[in-house]
Write a protein of this length. Structure first.
Length: 66
């Protein structure tokens, strides 16, 4: 069961990431990031996180089978 603290922390980290991305887009383009850009970046971040999780699981499996 996922704890309330975990969900709160996850939401906080997600919002901080969102704010950082908005600032970076503004710095580079001089314009605010639109929602489409933010959705695309969120999708990229989710894929990145999934890959890192898969890598971590593969390393754990390798250590167990060694």
């Amino acid at each position: 069961m996922i704890s309330f603290q975990y969900l709160t922390l996850k939401d906080t980290i997600h919002q901080e990431y969102h704010d950082v991305v908005e600032r970076r887009v503004f710095t580079v383009t001089g314009a605010r990031a639109d929602e489409e850009i933010m959705n695309t970046l969120a999708e990229i971040q989710e894929r990145h996180d999934a890959i890192r999780d898969l890598e971590r699981k593969l390393l754990d499996l390798q250590q167990v089978s060694s």
